[in-house]
Design a protein around this ligand. Structure first.
Ligand code: HEC
Ligand code: HEC
Length: 231
């Protein structure tokens, strides 16, 4: 049995020690926030993206850092998962990316607004979340194959981030559009460039979306797609 004075001492020392530990941990956490939240990368564009995120109630369907609604995919790591090029095309026209299959809202974002949203996602994706979310919550058909070999290994970055979502090459990729292994019978550099610049103009009603590719990207794609084994 503790005497009354011993019990008092026990209480005081115990409370004092644990309060000190608690305060120490609080100070330590607060000191880590600026580093872990990636605060220095929070540009005006990132802030604008966050405003768009709030104004358009994206959280009514999506989660970020686990917070929001569980109807649509968690978006904290969406830039890692999908890549910026893919996101640009998707946010401009979600249905174009998945003809007739998707429920993501078609917003009328300007290219600047899309860039701001992507900057915001890029920033939040770099927040140190102790590896949250634990693993990709989506099986991504569009993910570039881990081990690509042959010509797929030399595919331009824009091909890997955008075209693989819908097309296959050497057996890897999506099945929304036709395989692109051998286009040499159908296209030359000029006609492929016209197609990539504006599929609708070449074939009205086509399900291939206009991906707003830069002339450089089109040139790189065309020369890669048309190289290799011919007829
Ligand atoms: C009405 C619900 C809804 C709202 C609101 C919504 N989305 Fe979505 N979003 C979806 C669904 C559902 C998907 C999954 C793909 C699909 O089925 O279209 C998706 C997919 C996405 C993706 C691609 C994720 C991936 O990994 O494939 C991004 C990026 C995205 N949304 C961004 C946004 C942004 C930014 C906003 C707000 C401006 C927003 N969403 C608002 C329903 C919604
Ligand atoms: C959202 C899905 C989607 C994406 C992304 C996409 N395509 Fe397509 N693409 C299609 C569809 C669907 C067709 C078939 C269109 C038709 O025949 O009307 C097509 C057709 C084509 C064709 C014509 C093929 C043929 O045999 O006639 C080429 C070339 C092509 N796409 C290249 C590309 C390249 C390069 C990219 C990436 C920059 C790309 N596509 C991204 C859906 C897509």
């Amino acid at each position: 049995m503790l005497a009354k004075s011993q019990a008092k001492l026990f209480f005081l020392i115990g409370t004092g020690a644990f309060s000190a530990i608690f305060l120490g941990l609080t100070v330590d956490t607060l000191a880590q926030v600026p580093v872990r939240s990636n605060e220095s990368a929070m540009t005006a564009e990132v802030v604008h993206g966050k405003e768009l995120w709030e104004q358009n109630n994206c959280m009514g369907c999506h989660t970020l850092l686990g917070e929001g609604a569980y109807y649509a995919p968690e978006l904290t790591k969406v830039v890692d998962r999908r890549g910026k090029e893919w996101m640009k095309a998707f946010l401009a026209d979600p249905n174009g990316m998945f003809p007739g299959q998707r429920r993501m809202v078609q917003y009328k974002f300007s290219p600047q607004e899309i860039d701001a949203l992507i900057a915001f996602f890029d920033w939040i994706g770099k927040v140190d979340t102790n590896d949250f979310p634990p693993k990709p919550d989506l099986v991504v058909a569009a993910a570039p194959a881990a081990k690509s070999s042959g010509r797929m290994a030399t595919a331009p970055a824009v091909y890997r981030s955008l075209c693989v979502a819908c097309h296959s090459f050497e057996g890897q990729g999506g099945k929304v559009g036709p395989a692109l292994d051998d286009l040499r019978g159908k296209f030359d550099e000029a006609s492929l460039d016209r197609w990539l610049a504006n599929p609708q103009a070449v074939k009205p009603g086509t399900a291939m979306p206009n991906l707003n590719l830069t002339p450089e990207a089109r040139k790189e794609l065309a020369s890669w797609l048309l190289a290799g084994k011919g007829p």
